[in-house]
Write a new protein. Sequence first.
Length: 91
Amino acid sequence: MVFFFAQAKTAEIFKQLLEQEHIAFEHAPAENIGDFHLFGLAKSDFKRAKKLNYHAIGKTRPKLFSKVLFVLLSVLVGLLVLAVVVGIWGK
């Protein structure tokens, strides 16, 4: 199985995670395609490596919400749901 990353930082995190989990791999930069980093793994390690792949990507992607915005949005949605439930049962 082959995993590829366009960012060197993500590739480095993935490499460290593979080494921590003692998963054998081959790594090579894809020179003819651009700044891609390729990782070859055995098919038997795919499930474990897939989780590490998500973890590596999650560490380097920008956050969707700031913590304050997420808390505020969660409280507002909770209040809206509560108002709907009370409105339905209050009749």
